[in-house]
Design a protein around this ligand. Structure first.
Ligand code: NMX
Ligand code: MLT
Length: 438
């Protein structure tokens, strides 16, 4: 059975050939118009990036190398003793386009665990942060500091040749993914349980098995399984989302993967992006507090209108691309339905009831192009039920996850020799002049 690197050595030349052909045969083919609306509207809908691992359809949602979420749930290996997809099998799929065997998945788990310890100076750096510093700020800063050991940076200084770029990028990406659980768990411990001993990385556990154990939830098999699914599913959402796009842009300058992913994390930390799962829980809890027990659909409707009339967005609803309920939301709801311990959970019931009411209210409100829930509408609420109630931490878990897809693309970008990203910008005056001369 082939290792991850052997598989990539086989797959990359095929992709390089595909790109060469695309460029020489179709380099001048038009794929769309650029409208003034695109330029002033956050480039929404503009097809302007190459992204190999996943493609998002507005109605159907995400496909990873052509596989839908239910397809992945059928074919991707789980952890020993578990049922849910794990990040290792998703990472293998994202990187290679192939479904790994159980053996290949376990070998990757083993490699990640072996590389999972943090350098001492990073532990000291994280321990020096004030407990009041937002966990996402801590994560982004520490990921940047990990570039102390960047293989890409060291090789670049020595004058490495372009065909070697991807191998050093891959080494950095694997090392970073391996270290994220220990880093993210250390931040959690320092902020919420400063007196608690941190469990060491266990070489026999999968990535999330270790993460859950280091967070202090290792005995909670259900939460560990939920985290496996959560982290695998949030791994990639094509290239245009703010975090993945940031990693891609920064890496196109040949900044190393640590600096690139650190930048991505700060994009993820915004409330319109990854911070939304923290915001959803805050909003649902405020709703619960205000409305009390036995909340009716009418009560929720009135609360939704109150939120909208105060000029706020309904967190967890709407999307830049999707125009249907997010299949990741559906997959997490199905997880909840399949778990006896989640039956009757007040917070999950409230998420469900909100889902029954919110789309009609948002349609009537008439602003959002997508009145349906995105993945954040439920992801944090399930963590809350399981006892992981510190919601300022939730985006960190998203940050552990998004590394899978964002870092995969860095490997591909360097293997395909993609150039520095540098779109043309226009001023309003320049636009008006252009329009006048049409
Ligand atoms: N509640 C109220 N208004 C909304 C919502 C919402 N959930 N979603 C969009 N709108 C408004 C939006 O603010 C905009 O108003 P205005 O013209 O006054 O600026 C209008 O509807 C049109 O926006 P869209 O084109 O539908 O959405 P856009 O692509 O600009 O933004 C989001 C997408 C996701 C940023 C937006 O839907 C939103 O703010 N949702 C709530 C926050 C959220 O859940 N973010 C998580 C996204 C997923 N993730 O994990 O990253
Ligand atoms: C994501 O997973 O990145 C979000 O759904 C946002 C997006 O795709 O734009």
């Amino acid at each position: 059975t082939k290792s991850l690197r052997e598989t990539l050595q086989e797959v990359i030349p095929v992709k390089q050939e595909q790109l060469k052909k695309l460029k020489s045969e179709h380099g001048q083919t038009v794929v769309g118009d650029v409208k003034v609306d695109n330029i002033i509207g956050g480039m929404r809908g503009l097809k302007a990036m190459l992204w190999e691992a996943s493609v998002l359809d507005p109605i159907e949602g995400i496909r990873f190398h052509g596989l839908s979420i239910p397809d992945c749930q059928k074919v991707l290996p789980a952890a020993p003793g578990g049922k849910e997809i794990i990040p290792e099998s998703m990472l293998w799929l994202l990187l290679t386009g192939q479904v790994p065997t159980q053996e290949q998945t376990q070998a990757l788990s083993r490699e990640l665990a072996e590389k999972g310890d943090l350098p001492k100076f990073v532990e000291q750096l994280v321990d020096s942060f004030p407990r009041t510093l937002h966990p996402m700020t801590q994560l982004g800063m520490a990921v940047a500091a990990l570039n102390h050991d960047s293989s890409f940076q060291a090789a670049y200084e020595k004058g490495m040749k372009k065909p070697e770029y991807w191998t050093h990028t891959l080494e950095d990406c694997i090392n970073l993914i391996a270290r994220l659980p220990a880093l993210a768990a250390r931040i959690y411990r320092n902020v919420y349980n400063p007196d608690k001993e941190l469990a060491p990385v266990d070489r026999n556990l999968d990535l999330v098995g270790n993460y859950s154990r280091m967070l202090g939830y290792g005995d909670n098999h259900s939460l560990t399984e939920y985290l496996r699914l959560y982290i695998a599913l949030h791994g990639d959402h094509e290239g245009g989302n703010a975090s993945a796009h940031t990693a891609h842009l920064v890496n196109s300058t040949l900044a190393d993967p640590y600096l690139s992913y650190s930048s991505a994390l700060f994009a993820l930390a915004g409330p319109l992006h990854g911070l939304a799962n923290q915001e959803v829980l805050r909003w649902q809890l405020a709703m619960q507090k205000e409305l009390g027990e036995n909340i009716s659909h009418e009560d929720i409707k009135a609360y939704l209108w109150k939120t909208l009339k105060s000029g706020q967005v309904v967190p967890g609803y709407g999307h830049g691309v999707l125009r249907n309920p997010d299949p990741r939301f559906i997959a997490l709801q199905e997880f909840c339905d399949s778990r006896p311990e989640l039956k009757g959970s007040p917070i999950i019931d409230l998420v469900n009831k909100t889902f029954q009411v919110a789309p009609d209210v948002l349609k009537e409100h008439g602003k959002t192009k997508n009145p349906y829930p995105n993945v954040d509408a439920t992801s944090g609420c399930v963590l809350y039920h399981y006892g992981l109630t510190e919601f300022k931490y939730y985006t960190v878990i998203f940050g552990v996850s998004r590394a899978l897809g964002a870092l995969t693309q860095l490997v591909w970008a360097r293997a395909l020799g993609l150039p520095l990203e540098r779109p043309k910008s226009m001023s309003m005056d320049a636009l008006e002049k252009f329009i006048k001369n049409q």
